[in-house]
Structure formats: structure tokens, C-alpha cells
Design a protein around this ligand. Sequence first.
Ligand SMILES: [Zn+2]
Length: 117
Amino acid sequence: MNKTQIKETKGKLLAERDASIQKLKGSDLSVDDAETPDPVDLAVRNYSKNVQLAVSENESKQLVLIDEALLRIEDDAYGTCLNCEKEINPKRLAAIPWARYCLDCQSLQERGLLDQE
Ligand SMILES: [Zn+2]
């Protein structure tokens, strides 16, 4: 990756980071309910609460990945697979700028066959 690409990627990551933080803030605000709702209402609210929790869990995980990617940019280690240390396909990085692994290692990780995490 050249400097321009790194700069663009950094911009993308920072924008994603902001968006994630906004989403997390948004889901915090909507999780308070003062009135006593009827059962149907309650079920709906519980459902949307669960969805929100799932969303914020995903968002916080993504935030960690984004922060890690930004650190790798600072360390000049960006774009290298954390497992096999090969270069990650630029197309993959364009789609998922916070990717930690190359495609091969990612599929290992998804099957729980990777040591890290
Ligand atoms: Zn790899």
C-alpha cells in the first residue's frame, strides 16, 4: 500500500469510528422507559431492547477492530495478516478496512481453528 492509500484508509476508518460511536450513543439514549407499558408493548420493547443490545455489542466489537487497525497504520503494520503475516488482499481491505486476517486465516478463525481469539 502506498501513502495515499494508507491516508484514504485512515480517513475511512476514522469515519467508521465516528459512525460507530454515534450508533452506540444513540442506542444508550433509547433504552429508558418510564411508563408501565401493556404486555404487547412490553414484548415489543423487550424485543427492540435485545436488538439494540446486539447492535451495541457488534458496534463495540467493531470499534475495537477499528482502533486496532488505526494502531497498525501508526506502526506501519497495516495490511498484513496478524496470523500468517502475508499481505491482505487490497480488495478485501477496501471492503473491510479493519480486517485483521487474510481470507485464509479469516476462515480458520471463523471455524475456531486459529490460536488468537
Ligand atoms: Zn493470513
